[in-house]
Design a protein around this ligand. Structure first.
Ligand code: NDP
Length: 445
């Protein structure tokens, strides 16, 4: 049998009309698996890729709720249970107006490979709603979250499907979701991760994605006999991932020049210090305000409606959302002699942008590898919940670092090209192999 990535993508396009983000994610994987599949016929004979692109189950439901004026609102809820070959479905919930089936299928598909790379027993899933928590009161967010869980609880469980946070779903939302799950089921269990520390959460879960990203970047630089110390770093986003990526970059002696939100970018030429970062956390997490407030307080440049990619630096860490680096942005980064692009967000670079990084030999890591620290610590939260224990910060942080270093090692196995490392191919092949072998062992189900 012969696998041809181009015809496979045509087949996926036909079956998933208009799902552009999902098709983009599948295309990246199919192209990088082509040679590997042709050299390993067993995966073709078992039609593994055709099976992998079809979620095991897709749940779509109505989420009615009442706003503070007593008006009835209706949103749409989703949970995509993508693949359970190596463990219970695991992946975040996203609350954002751009959420649709295509976005969640791309995220769920990526999650399957990411979770496999962590080496932990975690299948892949994703879910969420087109609900926008911005400018909603706490009570509105609570009523919405309760209504969302009133349907979702039927499909999840600590050994079935364990959701976590993502864009728009942080500690507050996880709290309301968990409370409602417990009320409906009478069951206090590890059904969600990202829980608060006093009620079953794990140390370092909040920091995990951002810290893990920077640990991974350190490994990439180490492989080139370089280090992060003294480097200039541009970061996009100012949410969970961006905040803790910035924190770890600062701790390791590098300079963070930018952060952003959906309205604009701050450019702090002196570097964001830990003290200023604490203020930014207050703005975003407590006041739920705009990043512009940072520019006003510290009198730094504010780039209205712009992203950070035109600012000269050594390292770029996109930590906001999908497709936030397009072809022109990638060209600007290359022109400014960027050394490394490490994805903190999921699929922040378009395929044209990735091609430009490749052509120009920029060190580039895909989100499914470099942002896997979040789900890895979620996996550790599940283990702690099962054993009714709570590990120390140091213990979890060491485990996180170890997992990120191991992911780098697995990628080298399949992505080492002598002079350079193809992190995209390495991550896709290593992630695929574990899931594919498990699917074959479990028969045609
Ligand atoms: P948050 O909601 O905490 O923060 C998201 C940030 O990105 C905010 O600053 C937000 O700005 C900005 N943003 C969102 N959408 C857009 C947009 N369309 N254009 C410009 N900026 C935007 O989310 P997280 O930090 O949790 O997630 C960020 C990324 O990391 C996502 O891709 C997510 O899938 C990925 N990720 C998250 C993990 C986690 O553990 N949380 C794990 C692995 C990956 P504003 O404040 O204006 O909305």
């Amino acid at each position: 049998m012969k696998f041809n990535a181009k015809s496979f993508i045509e087949y996926v396009k036909q079956r998933n009309n208009n799902e552009s983000e999902f098709i983009q994610a599948v295309e990246e994987v199919a192209v990088s698996l082509e040679d590997f599949l042709n050299a390993n016929q067993i995966y073709l004979e078992n039609r593994i890729l055709e099976r992998l692109v079809e979620p095991e189950r897709t749940i779509i439901f109505r989420v009615p709720w009442v706003d503070d004026n007593g008006e009835i609102k209706v949103n749409r809820g989703y949970r995509i249970q993508f693949n359970s070959a190596i463990g219970p479905y695991k992946g975040g919930l996203r609350f954002h107006p751009t959420v649709n089936l295509s976005v969640l299928k791309f995220l769920g598909f990526e999650q399957v490979f990411k979770n496999s790379l962590t080496g932990l027993p975690l299948g892949g899933g994703k879910g969420g709603s087109d609900f926008d928590p911005h400018s909603k009161s706490d009570s509105e967010v609570m009523r919405f979250s309760q209504s969302f869980m009133s349907e979702l609880y039927r499909y999840i469980g600590p050994n079935i499907d364990v959701p976590a946070g993502d864009i728009g779903v942080g500690a507050r939302e996880i709290g309301y979701l968990f409370g409602q799950y417990k009320k409906l089921t009478k069951d206090f269990s590890g059904v969600l991760t990202g829980k608060g520390l006093p009620w079953g959460g794990s140390n370092i879960r909040t920091e995990a994605t951002g810290y893990g990203l920077v640990y991974f970047v350190e490994e990439m630089l180490r492989a080139k006999n370089d280090s992060i110390n003294g480097k200039k770093v541009i970061i996009s986003g100012s949410g969970n991932v961006a905040q803790y990526a910035a924190e770890k970059v600062i701790q390791l002696g590098a300079k963070v020049l930018t952060m952003s939100d959906s309205a604009g970018t701050i450019y702090d030429k002196d570097g964001i210090t830990q003290e200023k970062l604490e203020h930014l956390k207050q703005i975003k997490n407590v006041k739920r305000g705009r990043i512009k407030d940072y520019a006003n307080k510290y009198n730094v440049e504010y780039l209205d409606s712009e992203n950070p990619w035109s600012i000269k630096a050594d390292i770029a860490l996109p930590c906001a959302t999908q497709n936030e680096i397009n072809k022109e942005d990638a060209m600007a980064l290359v022109k400014n002699e960027i050394v490394l692009v490490g994805e903190g967000a999921n699929m922040p670079s378009t395929s044209e942008a990735i091609d430009i990084f490749k052509e120009n030999k920029i060190l580039f890591s895909p989100g499914k590898a470099s942002n896997a620290g979040g789900v890895a610590v979620s996996g550790l939260e599940m283990s702690q919940n099962s054993a009714r224990v709570q590990w120390s910060r140091e213990e979890v942080d060491q485990n996180l670092k170890k997992i990120m270093i191991e992911i780098h090692g697995k990628i080298l196995e399949y992505g080492n090209r002598g002079e350079s490392i193809d992190y995209v191919a390495g991550a896709n092949i290593a992630g695929f192999k574990r899931v594919a072998d498990s699917m074959i062992a479990q028969g045609l189900v």
